[in-house]
Design a protein around this ligand. Structure first.
Ligand SMILES: [Zn+2]
Length: 582
């Protein structure tokens, strides 16, 4: 502990947030600091928000940063991209004011307009250097007509508009929604749940209450306890919306306003609910050692996002499956979709899962045209690996244990008993404990290596098999992804090893014609062609027309579905029942 942090230990901090120019997307923030006894005070803004592994430079949205004390201006020097140094010599208190521009719609960034304010706290509220352990209060002065606040932070007294955080880790893990959101509540697993719906939508509240409660009960049963007293779902409904961000006692979800009424839309929303809610254990409490306490100023590297995110992605659909709200076939389809993504991404043969996690900051969160060739998603492949481990444990123990037991054991052992995150080796040991075998070979192949996944070995334990509908298909494939820009077909990606890759069609090429036929529909570009045919592809590249001779290669894509074996054995049915809870 430095002398600076000892000094910070005595500070009393409160914020006042108002929205005099909500129409222009600004919050005006006043930070009151009392109890000063130091010559200078460094105020810092996090550069990233936990759960979203990208340095986002939130301080780019800060302007008009000033300080005063007793009505007199206090000098301030900006010393880093996210640090302002306040000269506090001879002062016992200081009032800092700044304006914050909030116009990025996402679950991890603040957004303000006249209809609401979504305060993504980690990106908006400064902390004093060395003072992350300090409590603070936030007083919100709502824009005209706003009458509700939704957050997991505790109210001060009975005033909804003043909330308090015991330290900055909790403040930064507690987003705040202010406006006229539609709020409803229910109880599940002994916890009070609040749902705050912004933006309207065709949701059925009574149905959501029942179905969300079922998911919460299923997930709580995996861990054996639900550590919150109160939990808040903040839901942002837009014309098109998606994604979510997990927090300790709340989550923020993006949803399509009119997506609740179709089976696929509704099942997708429940899957998102299940995903973010599962995180309250997996990553928010049971966590890789690098993910907490956080360094808010730098990247926090971990090779374990395939557990934190991948296993959560595995358990989201599995939890919805276990509610019995949808048929088993829907779950098997979702699994096969993951298999397809993994095997149809050339990067799966390049980047091991542990590296996909480590490089999230520069690869997964900064995708480009070549991402598909160099990277694999730790969500999709992590989810598949979770399934493999689950089936291995269930099979090895003849249905007595499953991955659930690993998660519950690790939660107890590391979050509750040791009160710290797990290392790579500790997680592996946790799985081995229940599988009853050494997993060196499994890790070498699927976590730290790029081996093809033997789906049928594992699905076979449960009497299922994966079928590739393209098996034996002797059809040609160009190997392109395209987009249509101003009515023209442009190349968005060229897949490694395909015809387009080998013969040099480039990203950003505008496709003009194939063998003299105008290129308009990506689906019909090579209609009637055979494997081995030599075709002439005319493209516009940087304003010049080029003719590229291309030899058509055989399709390398997979198209999987999962089906039951004809007569599953008794032991296969034991595994199946334990796995899918059917
Ligand atoms: Zn997640």
């Amino acid at each position: 502990m430095s002398s600076m942090s000892q000094a910070a230990g005595a500070l009393q901090i409160s914020y006042t947030v108002s929205f005099p120019e909500a129409q222009a997307h600004y919050a005006d923030i006043e930070m009151d600091i009392k109890g000063l006894a130091q010559n200078k005070l460094d105020l810092k803004l996090p550069v990233w928000t936990p759960g979203s592994y990208l340095v986002r430079e939130f301080s780019k949205n800060v302007e008009s940063f000033t300080a005063q004390s007793g009505g007199k201006a206090v000098s301030v020097v900006k010393t880093r991209k996210n640090t302002w140094e306040v000269n506090t010599q001879g002062l016992s208190s200081v009032k800092v004011k700044y304006r914050f521009y909030a116009f990025e719609i996402s679950v991890r960034t603040a957004f303000i307009d006249v209809t609401h304010a979504f305060l993504s706290t980690s990106g908006m509220f400064f902390y004093p250097e060395g003072g992350l352990n300090l409590p603070s209060t936030i007083k919100i002065i709502p824009y005209k007509g706003w009458d509700k606040v939704s957050t997991s932070l505790a109210k001060v007294g009975t005033n909804d508009f003043t909330v308090t955080a015991p330290n900055y880790d909790i403040l930064y893990d507690s987003p705040i929604e202010v406006g006229n959101q539609d709020i409803f509540g229910f109880k599940a697993a002994g916890v009070d749940y609040e749902v705050a719906m912004y933006g309207g939508g065709n949701y059925d509240k009574e149905r959501l209450k029942k179905d969300m409660a079922k998911i919460i009960e299923v997930e709580t049963a995996i861990y054996g306890e639900n550590p919150n007293k109160r939990y808040v779902f903040i839901v942002h409904n837009y014309l098109k919306g998606g994604g979510g961000l997990e927090h300790l006692s709340s989550t923020v979800l993006g949803a399509a306003r009119d997506g609740y009424a179709t089976e696929a839309g509704y099942e997708g929303f429940l899957g998102l609910v299940a995903h973010e809610h599962f995180h309250l254990w997996n990553v928010k409490r049971l966590r890789p050692i690098a993910l907490g306490p956080f360094d808010y100023e730098n990247e926090n590297y971990t090779t374990n996002l395939w557990i934190a995110e991948g296993f959560t992605a595995y358990y989201d659909n599995l939890s919805v499956r276990r509610t019995n709200l949808f048929p088993v076939e829907n779950y098997l389809k979702a699994l096969a979709a993951d298999f397809n993504i993994v095997d149809n991404t050339p990067g799966t043969k390049v980047q091991p899962l542990s590296q996909a996690s480590f490089d999230a900051w520069i690869k997964s969160y900064r995708p480009d045209e070549n991402t598909i060739n160099t990277s694999i998603s730790y969500y999709n492949k992590g989810s598949v690996v979770g399934m493999l481990m689950d089936l291995e444990i269930i099979n090895d123990t003849k249905g007595a244990k499953s991955l659930d037991d690993v998660m519950r054991y690790m939660y107890n052992e590391y979050y509750k008993v040791k009160k710290r995150g797990y290392t790579d080796a500790e997680f592996k040991a946790g799985v081995e404990k229940f599988a009853g075998k050494n997993l060196d070979d499994f890790y070498a192949k699927y976590i730290n290596g790029v081996d093809d996944i033997d789906y049928n070995k594992y699905l076979g334990y449960a009497g299922y098999k994966v079928v590739d509908e393209y098996e034996g298909l002797n059809a040609p494939d160009l190997g392109l992804r395209t987009t249509t820009v101003a009515g023209k077909l442009k190349v968005a990606a060229v897949l490694r090893g395909t015809s387009a890759w080998v013969d040099g069609i480039n990203v950003n090429d505008e496709l003009v014609s194939v063998d003299g036929v105008p290129a308009t529909d990506p689906k019909t570009l090579i209609d009637g062609k055979q494997v081995g045919d030599k075709i002439q592809v005319v493209v516009m590249r940087d304003g010049r027309q080029l003719t590229l001779p291309v030899t058509l290669l055989k399709v390398t894509l997979k198209k999987y579905h999962i089906e039951s074996v004809t007569e599953p054995t008794a032991s296969q049915m034991t595994v199946r029942k334990k796995w899918l809870k059917i």
